[in-house]
Design a protein around this ligand. Structure first.
Ligand code: COA
Length: 168
Protein backbone atom coordinates (compact mmCIF):
# COMPACT_ATOMS: atom_id res chain seq x y z
CA UNK A 1 0.00 0.00 0.00
CA UNK A 2 1.49 3.36 -1.03
CA UNK A 3 0.35 5.89 1.53
CA UNK A 4 3.18 8.39 1.70
CA UNK A 5 1.31 11.18 -0.08
CA UNK A 6 -1.46 11.09 2.54
CA UNK A 7 0.85 10.94 5.52
CA UNK A 8 1.28 13.92 7.82
CA UNK A 9 4.39 14.21 9.98
CA UNK A 10 4.01 16.39 13.05
CA UNK A 11 5.20 16.76 16.62
CA UNK A 12 3.28 14.48 18.96
CA UNK A 13 0.94 16.04 21.51
CA UNK A 14 -0.54 14.62 24.69
CA UNK A 15 -3.54 13.47 22.67
CA UNK A 16 -1.26 11.10 20.73
CA UNK A 17 -0.09 9.20 23.81
CA UNK A 18 -2.17 6.07 23.25
CA UNK A 19 -1.48 6.10 19.52
CA UNK A 20 2.25 6.24 20.13
CA UNK A 21 2.11 3.43 22.69
CA UNK A 22 0.03 1.35 20.27
CA UNK A 23 2.79 1.62 17.67
CA UNK A 24 5.18 0.01 20.17
CA UNK A 25 2.68 -2.63 21.22
CA UNK A 26 2.04 -3.65 17.61
CA UNK A 27 5.61 -3.55 16.32
CA UNK A 28 7.61 -5.00 19.19
CA UNK A 29 6.23 -8.57 19.26
CA UNK A 30 6.70 -9.14 15.52
CA UNK A 31 10.05 -7.34 15.34
CA UNK A 32 11.78 -8.67 18.45
CA UNK A 33 9.90 -11.86 19.38
CA UNK A 34 11.69 -13.95 16.73
CA UNK A 35 15.20 -12.60 17.48
CA UNK A 36 15.13 -11.83 21.21
CA UNK A 37 12.20 -13.76 22.65
CA UNK A 38 8.91 -13.00 24.37
CA UNK A 39 10.50 -12.01 27.70
CA UNK A 40 12.55 -9.31 26.00
CA UNK A 41 9.42 -8.03 24.26
CA UNK A 42 7.51 -7.94 27.54
CA UNK A 43 10.41 -6.15 29.27
CA UNK A 44 10.70 -3.56 26.52
CA UNK A 45 6.99 -2.82 26.39
CA UNK A 46 6.86 -2.42 30.18
CA UNK A 47 9.97 -0.21 30.26
CA UNK A 48 9.81 1.95 27.14
CA UNK A 49 6.20 1.98 25.95
CA UNK A 50 4.29 3.17 28.99
CA UNK A 51 2.76 6.59 29.64
CA UNK A 52 5.55 7.34 32.15
CA UNK A 53 8.22 6.52 29.59
CA UNK A 54 6.50 8.37 26.75
CA UNK A 55 5.03 11.58 28.18
CA UNK A 56 8.37 13.32 28.95
CA UNK A 57 9.53 12.92 25.34
CA UNK A 58 6.24 14.27 24.02
CA UNK A 59 6.40 17.24 26.41
CA UNK A 60 9.98 17.95 25.34
CA UNK A 61 8.97 17.97 21.67
CA UNK A 62 11.16 14.97 20.89
CA UNK A 63 8.48 12.67 19.53
CA UNK A 64 7.29 12.90 15.93
CA UNK A 65 4.29 10.98 14.67
CA UNK A 66 3.21 9.93 11.20
CA UNK A 67 -0.55 10.28 10.89
CA UNK A 68 -2.62 8.72 8.12
CA UNK A 69 -6.39 8.97 7.92
CA UNK A 70 -6.51 10.11 11.56
CA UNK A 71 -4.43 7.17 12.83
CA UNK A 72 -0.89 7.20 14.22
CA UNK A 73 0.94 4.75 11.94
CA UNK A 74 4.54 5.49 12.87
CA UNK A 75 6.72 7.48 15.22
CA UNK A 76 10.23 8.57 16.12
CA UNK A 77 11.77 9.84 19.31
CA UNK A 78 15.12 11.58 19.52
CA UNK A 79 17.34 13.01 22.23
CA UNK A 80 20.90 14.17 22.84
CA UNK A 81 23.61 11.57 23.48
CA UNK A 82 27.28 12.42 23.98
CA UNK A 83 27.01 15.54 21.85
CA UNK A 84 25.16 13.78 19.04
CA UNK A 85 21.48 13.36 18.34
CA UNK A 86 20.25 9.83 19.08
CA UNK A 87 17.31 8.29 17.30
CA UNK A 88 15.89 6.30 20.20
CA UNK A 89 12.83 4.94 18.45
CA UNK A 90 11.66 4.56 14.86
CA UNK A 91 8.67 2.31 14.36
CA UNK A 92 6.04 1.94 11.67
CA UNK A 93 2.93 -0.22 12.14
CA UNK A 94 3.49 -3.59 10.43
CA UNK A 95 0.72 -3.11 7.86
CA UNK A 96 2.26 0.21 6.76
CA UNK A 97 5.89 -0.93 6.56
CA UNK A 98 7.44 -0.77 3.12
CA UNK A 99 5.22 2.10 2.00
CA UNK A 100 7.64 4.98 2.46
CA UNK A 101 6.63 6.08 5.97
CA UNK A 102 9.83 5.02 7.74
CA UNK A 103 11.86 6.89 5.13
CA UNK A 104 9.81 10.04 5.71
CA UNK A 105 10.33 9.76 9.46
CA UNK A 106 14.06 9.12 9.13
CA UNK A 107 14.58 12.01 6.70
CA UNK A 108 12.71 14.28 9.13
CA UNK A 109 14.98 13.16 11.99
CA UNK A 110 18.06 13.80 9.83
CA UNK A 111 16.77 17.25 8.88
CA UNK A 112 16.06 18.04 12.50
CA UNK A 113 19.53 16.94 13.61
CA UNK A 114 21.09 19.16 10.96
CA UNK A 115 18.85 22.11 11.81
CA UNK A 116 19.79 21.74 15.48
CA UNK A 117 23.49 21.80 14.58
CA UNK A 118 24.37 18.17 15.34
CA UNK A 119 27.27 16.59 13.46
CA UNK A 120 25.96 13.02 13.75
CA UNK A 121 22.73 11.09 14.08
CA UNK A 122 23.34 7.89 16.04
CA UNK A 123 21.17 4.87 16.83
CA UNK A 124 21.32 1.25 17.80
CA UNK A 125 19.40 -1.73 16.53
CA UNK A 126 19.27 -5.27 17.86
CA UNK A 127 21.58 -7.72 16.08
CA UNK A 128 19.39 -9.92 13.88
CA UNK A 129 17.03 -7.09 12.96
CA UNK A 130 18.22 -7.29 9.37
CA UNK A 131 15.34 -5.22 8.03
CA UNK A 132 16.39 -2.29 10.20
CA UNK A 133 20.04 -2.67 9.27
CA UNK A 134 19.28 -2.70 5.54
CA UNK A 135 16.99 0.30 5.95
CA UNK A 136 19.63 2.37 7.80
CA UNK A 137 22.41 1.35 5.41
CA UNK A 138 20.17 2.50 2.56
CA UNK A 139 20.43 5.98 4.08
CA UNK A 140 24.20 5.80 4.55
CA UNK A 141 24.51 4.79 8.21
CA UNK A 142 27.63 2.82 9.13
CA UNK A 143 28.50 0.71 12.15
CA UNK A 144 30.52 2.21 15.01
CA UNK A 145 30.41 -0.56 17.60
CA UNK A 146 28.55 -3.30 19.39
CA UNK A 147 27.30 -3.60 22.96
CA UNK A 148 26.97 -6.99 24.55
CA UNK A 149 23.95 -7.21 26.85
CA UNK A 150 24.00 -10.90 27.74
CA UNK A 151 21.13 -12.94 29.10
CA UNK A 152 20.29 -14.28 25.67
CA UNK A 153 19.56 -10.80 24.32
CA UNK A 154 21.25 -10.06 20.98
CA UNK A 155 23.96 -7.37 20.90
CA UNK A 156 23.02 -3.77 20.31
CA UNK A 157 24.68 -2.60 17.11
CA UNK A 158 25.46 1.12 17.01
CA UNK A 159 25.32 3.03 13.73
CA UNK A 160 25.96 6.62 12.85
CA UNK A 161 25.38 9.02 10.01
CA UNK A 162 27.83 11.87 9.64
CA UNK A 163 25.64 14.80 8.73
CA UNK A 164 28.14 17.10 7.07
CA UNK A 165 28.89 14.41 4.46
CA UNK A 166 25.27 13.57 3.81
CA UNK A 167 22.77 15.69 2.01
CA UNK A 168 19.73 13.42 2.45
C1 COA B 1 12.62 -0.26 9.71
C2 COA B 1 11.39 0.57 9.39
C3 COA B 1 11.32 1.76 10.33
C4 COA B 1 11.50 1.07 7.94
O1 COA B 1 10.33 1.81 7.62
P1 COA B 1 9.49 1.43 6.30
O2 COA B 1 8.31 2.32 6.28
O3 COA B 1 9.23 -0.03 6.29
O4 COA B 1 10.52 1.78 5.14
P2 COA B 1 10.22 2.61 3.82
O5 COA B 1 9.16 1.95 3.04
O6 COA B 1 9.99 4.04 4.19
O7 COA B 1 11.60 2.50 3.05
C5 COA B 1 12.36 3.67 2.73
C6 COA B 1 13.50 3.27 1.81
O8 COA B 1 14.35 2.34 2.50
C7 COA B 1 14.50 1.17 1.70
N1 COA B 1 14.56 0.01 2.58
C8 COA B 1 13.67 -0.32 3.53
N2 COA B 1 14.07 -1.46 4.15
C9 COA B 1 15.21 -1.83 3.55
C10 COA B 1 16.09 -2.92 3.72
N3 COA B 1 15.89 -3.85 4.66
N4 COA B 1 17.19 -3.01 2.94
C11 COA B 1 17.44 -2.06 1.99
N5 COA B 1 16.61 -0.99 1.77
C12 COA B 1 15.53 -0.88 2.55
C13 COA B 1 13.27 1.12 0.83
O9 COA B 1 13.50 0.37 -0.32
C14 COA B 1 13.04 2.59 0.54
O10 COA B 1 13.91 2.99 -0.48
P3 COA B 1 13.52 4.15 -1.55
O11 COA B 1 13.08 5.36 -0.75
O12 COA B 1 14.80 4.37 -2.29
O13 COA B 1 12.41 3.58 -2.36
C15 COA B 1 10.08 -0.26 9.50
O14 COA B 1 10.10 -1.32 8.56
C16 COA B 1 9.82 -0.79 10.88
O15 COA B 1 9.16 -0.14 11.69
N6 COA B 1 10.32 -2.02 11.14
C17 COA B 1 10.09 -2.69 12.41
C18 COA B 1 10.61 -1.94 13.58
C19 COA B 1 12.10 -1.66 13.50
O16 COA B 1 12.89 -2.53 13.23
N7 COA B 1 12.44 -0.39 13.78
C20 COA B 1 13.81 0.02 13.85
C21 COA B 1 14.30 -0.22 15.23
S1 COA B 1 16.02 0.17 15.37
Amino acid sequence: MKVASGVLLRAATGDDLQGVITVGQQTWPVTYGPIAGDDYVAMGLAKWWTADATVPGIRAGRVTVAEYDGEIIGMTSVGPLDGHLALWKLYVLPEFQGSGVGGMLLRAAIARAKADGYDELVLSYLDGNDGARGFYEHYGFTETGREHTGGGVPDSVWLHLKLEENHG
